[in-house]
Design a protein around this ligand. Sequence first.
Ligand SMILES: [Fe+2]
Ligand SMILES: [Fe+2]
Length: 285
Amino acid sequence: MNRNNIAENPISQSKLPIERRRVEFTLDDVTEKYYYRGNPQVSAFFASLSVGFPPGEAEFIKSVKLFEDQITDPKLREEVKNFAHQEAHHSFQHKLLNQKLNELGYQTGGIDNVFKEKLARREKQWSPQRRLARTVSAEHITATWAHWALGSEEKMQHFPTSMRHLLQWHAIEEIEHKSVAFDVYQQCVGDRRLLNWVYRHFLYFEFPLSLTLTTRALLKQDNYKPTAEDRRVFKDFLFAKKDGMVSSLWPHYRAFTKQGFHPWALDDSGLVDDWKGTLSPYFAH
Ligand SMILES: [Fe+2]
Ligand SMILES: [Fe+2]
């Protein structure tokens, strides 16, 4: 793939159809508060990610739709609609998961409110261009995480099956639509300096800080003191050289600010094809 051509050609460069699916996960097997290997830290970390999805994804949709009228490429316009459909359904499914997590003892209401207030403030204070740049940034992090979720079975196998499949379905769709916000930005804004600045702020500051604070807040509800083994599992989960969620894909997180970058420079369409078959029993088209 010629990355320079992609950067110069400001229309849809998607590699996969962005499918509209309906899914159903019972979540009957999510029965423990510390559902991931009995580990409170990994479990709270994913609970806080899940709480962040519904407000976050609502903002992704809004910020892309702000530019809908300026999109000249009919393929990209159609993709925006399918992207919005997918993100809305992710939110719906994560709300069901969050409800389940609340039943298991996580009190997520306060965190949800903080997210919503922060986004409402930004809606008033930030320019549409900056909001779209943040969405493009978050979509790259999400798509990179999605690549990890589909390629790291050893780590993923410890989630309860239905929750693992929910996360992997979400991952498939994040990869399918990973270039939509980017292509909209390229066509309608095109300011790479702004984009790189917003991305660096998101990657090194906003995202890790927000996740650390929300994970800590959830753990504090139990007056939790981590054991050495808890710490080891959590550290391995994030930073194992071979398949850590952060460390193993660090070059892909960083690739974003390189000249000529496009989300499909990492072609993971094969991963999606492999997983679609496994998860198809959950899909009701
Ligand atoms: Fe999503
Ligand atoms: Fe997304």
